[in-house]
Design a protein around this ligand. Structure first.
Ligand code: NAD
Length: 472
């Protein structure tokens, strides 16, 4: 049994809260700090600020046992051996650069509280050399070099499967400049890398086991920082690639779903991230691809491929809106059911959601929208206020009532299990435009729908209509 480590996690968002809870689940003593008092109050009182599978159970198991929440960063840092920084690193304006002001504010606060050796861990996604920069800020605040090491430990979890991803990772990357610091990180992750967690009664089951434990890769800090950005950029590239192939498939009446299976069967390529659709969104891919591109530019490296990835992704939303227009001729006065608000299924996160962007464009073109989402409705109301043009429904059937068309905008599992006869009965016209390819075109045709999807032969006379597509 490994010795528990005292850990402070700063930031209780999608990454910080999951990391803090999972560290407690691995047997460590964890304090999670946030400067959002309302969020900390919610967490202390047993509430859940985000929607994430398995998190409520693990939180109630560890809250006030190995896991506590507070706003007092100095107190939390003082009693910890390792301090994980998990605050946001959004995009700063149009340059693509990451805004590191939240990280800087936290590092300055940490500097005032360090009284003994601590490992400061970058968990947030940051550009290369941030590690060095954090060290410089600590020095500038008078912290002696003997009191800290800075380690990069990027996070690869995906919202919707975050807890499982954290406890059953494909890999753990530790970018450390000193063996002493690397050793602290090895101790923290030992329950996963030695496999002892997986044989604990009640352990969450997943891809890892005692005989197939998690792997930990130690690199330089710069390499670890690049691994995170390059991983996200590569996944974004795969999505843009398959979307471009989908557009070609559609133009020649081929089927992107068959094509993706055929490509993905090649073990060198792999089947994941070959889903054609509305393109990527969320709080990570758009800003990480932009930041990675910016980093390359700063170092004089011509990484044009990344601007193409972004261009293709943006265009995918235009193409979808044009498809809606081609099916409905004009949008003014049309009532559309929007199925989905979150940037992907399984989360309530709407940051840079393609669904929200598409809805905004359709509203601007004169449509009336009735939207529904299993988890993201509350957050969506904050950015798309309810009005006579923008309404929210309790479920898919209510959203579809009297609709001229239904649009599938988020790949929620629930949207792939709709009672199609009931849906058709609710709608004014049985038109479904699927931006996530959740249905089989033949099934939809058999149920009497006009069905348009991405990269598949259209069963619809509006092929001609597409030719007059107008940017909206
Ligand atoms: P988030 O916005 O959900 O959470 C950030 C939290 O930090 C918020 O609760 C905020 O109140 C808190 N915070 C900000 N400043 C603070 C301060 N000075 N003191 C204490 N708390 C402070 O962000 P997130 O989605 O959890 O992402 C965090 C980082 O992890 C980002 O760099 C992101 O790119 C990276 N990341 C995110 C994901 C993901 O799926 N969301 C996956 C991997 C990596």
């Amino acid at each position: 049994m490994t010795e528990p480590v005292s850990i402070c996690v700063i930031g209780s968002g999608y990454v910080g809260l999951v990391a803090a809870t999972c560290f407690a689940e691995m047997g460590h003593r964890v304090v999670c700090v946030d400067n959002d008092e309302a969020k900390v109050k919610t967490l202390c009182e047993g509430g859940m600020p985000i929607f994430e599978r398995h998190l409520p159970e693990l939180l109630s198991k560890h809250r006030n046992q190995g896991l506590s929440f507070m706003t007092d960063l100095a107190f939390a840092v003082a009693q910890s051996d390792a301090v994980f920084i998990a605050v946001g690193t959004p995009q700063e304006g149009d340059s693509g650069a990451a805004d590191l002001s939240f990280v800087e504010a936290v590092v300055s606060e940490i500097a005032r509280s360090i009284g003994s050796y601590k490992v400061i861990v970058e968990k947030s996604t940051v550009p290369v050399y941030t590690n060095e920069w954090i060290g410089r800020v600590l020095h500038r605040h008078g912290v002696p070099a003997s009191d800290f090491d800075v380690v990069s430990n990027p996070e690869f979890l995906r919202e919707g499967t975050a807890v499982k991803d954290f406890l059953h990772p494909d890999r753990i990357v530790v970018g450390a400049g000193s063996e002493r610091a690397a050793e602290v990180l090895r101790r923290i992750y030992a329950p996963l890398t030695e496999g002892t967690y997986y044989s604990t009664p009640g352990a969450l089951a997943g891809q890892r086991s005692e005989s197939n434990p998690a792997r930990l890769l130690v690199t330089s800090p710069q390499s670890a920082e690049i691994i995170k950005h390059a991983s996200n950029a590569f996944l974004a590239l795969k999505i843009s690639f398959i979307n471009s192939v989908a557009n070609l498939a559609e133009a020649v009446d081929a089927d992107i779903e068959d094509i993706a299976v055929g490509i993905g069967m090649d073990s060198r390529i792999g089947s994941k991230f070959l889903r054609a659709g509305l393109g990527y969104g969320g709080s990570c891919f758009p800003k990480d691809v932009a930041a990675f591109h910016w980093v390359a530019q700063q170092r004089g490296v011509d990484f044009q491929l990344l601007s193409e990835v972004r261009k293709i992704n943006d265009a995918q939303r235009d193409i979808f809106c044009n498809k809606v227009l081609s099916a409905l001729w004009t949008l003014r006065g049309k009532r559309l059911a929007a199925l989905g608000l979150a940037f992907k299924g399984g989360t309530d996160d709407i940051r840079d959601s393609p669904a929200i962007d598409v809805i905004r464009r359709l509203l601007a073109a004169g449509a009336t929208i009735v939207a529904c989402d299993p988890a993201a409705q509350e957050r969506a109301r904050e950015v798309l206020a309810e009005s006579d043009k923008m309404r929210y429904a309790g479920d898919v059937y209510e959203a579809a009532h009297n609709a001229d068309a239904a649009l599938i905008l988020t790949d929620w599992k629930e949207f792939g299990e709709i009672d199609l006869d009931r849906l058709k009965g609710e709608m004014r016209f049985p038109i479904v435009i699927d931006g996530r390819n959740l249905y089989n075109p033949t099934t939809m045709r058999e149920h009497g729908f006009t069905y348009l999807s991405v990269g598949r032969p259209a069963n619809y006379e509006a092929r001609q209509g597409e030719l007059r597509s107008v940017a909206i």
